[in-house]
Design a protein around this ligand. Structure first.
Ligand code: AHM
Ligand code: MG
Length: 335
């Protein structure tokens, strides 16, 4: 008879320790950082599941750096990420969607990593119980001396590890340390993330497009032409289905699982799009490339952009390699 519990299960911590063993120089610092992130994610997950009972739905009052209303769960998730990460002694600075300035860890606690995160993404979906997520990426600090904003302005190609947590019908962490992508489901009965999706790969082409279509009149011609070609395909070409949740983590996770393309393009009012480079576009682009997909602005690789501002935005097209290539080709043709 099989045991109800896998007595030799691969937890996320065990997985990272094994990965680190492969690199002789690894100090274990990254394991500490991931453990802190997992603790924050478990606490956020629990708060999300209990939000209705604990009166955590609704507004905290005030606006964040982007001028958006802040929800109570946003505040809680942000505090959890900051407190768990700063107490690892491995992090010197953090960039959060919720904080205008770089969060600097005091020198007695500082380490050599920089973590950028969106503690709770998809805020507009909180109060109606639709999936939300957390997004993060980790950089190694390059400079010496007092830490400053400049230390955080690194391109995605320098990412040491990145991932997201999806608070969906289950809670899952999807993670890449640069050697592929793995998915870990939170098993509430043991309070651990357990490896359930080994070496996640995205199909080279899908048949789903994901975009907020209400902005169509304000898109670039390349995006208009692309979406039109999916709704009115030429003879012999595939008609695509449309899915849009409005939570980047959920939309990108579905794109990885089923294939297709997720887009948040530039619009006339927002020429750089809406999504933030350091803690939304870069971590998700890193995961997407590691899963065998592509992530582009339409004109270049997301991971090659050198940020000039910690809250900088970027248009983004990510997903199956061939689907994203179609958009890139249209930008080249119609620009
Ligand atoms: P948030 O960080 O304030 O939650 O905003 C980011 C979210 C993404 O998760 C999602 O892809 C996008 O905003 C949806 O925006 P829109 O409502 O314009 O389609
Ligand atoms: Mg966000």
């Amino acid at each position: 008879m099989s045991s109800p519990i896998d007595t030799n299960c691969m937890t996320l911590t065990r997985f990272i320790l094994e990965e680190q063993k492969k690199h002789k120089s690894a100090s274990g610092d990254f394991t500490n950082i991931m453990t802190a992130i997992c603790t924050a994610v478990k606490a956020v997950s629990s708060a999300v599941r209990r939000a209705g009972m604990n009166s955590m739905f609704g507004m905290a009052g005030g606006q964040n750096v982007q001028g958006e209303d802040v929800k109570k769960l946003d505040v809680l998730a942000n505090d959890l990420f900051i407190n768990m990460l700063s107490s690892t002694f491995k992090v010197c600075a953090m960039v959060s969607e919720e904080n205008k300035d770089l969060i600097v860890v005091d020198s007695e606690h500082e380490g050599r990593y920089i973590v950028c995160f969106d503690p709770l993404d998809g805020s507009s979906n909180i109060d109606c119980l639709v999936s939300i997520g957390s997004i993060f990426c980790v950089f190694r600090r390059l400079g010496d001396g007092p830490v400053s904003t400049k230390d955080a302005l690194q391109p995605g190609d320098q990412v040491v590890g990145a991932g997201y947590a999806l608070y969906g019908s289950a809670t899952m962490v999807v993670l890449s340390l640069g050697g592929g992508v793995n998915g870990f489901m939170l098993d509430p009965s043991i309070g651990e993330f357990v490896l359930t999706e080994r070496n996640m790969r995205i199909k080279p082409r899908g048949k789903i497009y994901s975009i907020n279509e209400s902005y169509e009149s304000t898109w670039d011609q390349a995006v208009k032409t692309y979406v039109h070609s999916k709704k009115y395909p030429e003879p012999g070409k595939q008609l695509y289905g449309a899915r849009y949740i409005g939570s980047m983590v959920a939309d990108v996770h579905r794109t990885i699982c089923y294939g297709g393309i997720f887009m948040y393009p530039a619009t006339k009012d927002a020429p750089k799009g809406k999504l933030r480079l350091l803690y939304e576009c870069i971590p998700m682009a890193f995961i997407m490339e590691q899963a065998g997909g592509q992530a582009s602005t339409g004109r270049g690789r997301i991971l090659e952009i050198v940020p000039t501002d910690i809250h900088q935005r970027s248009p983004v097209f990510m997903g199956s390699k061939d689907d994203v290539q179609d958009v890139i080709d249209l930008y080249a043709k119609l620009a």
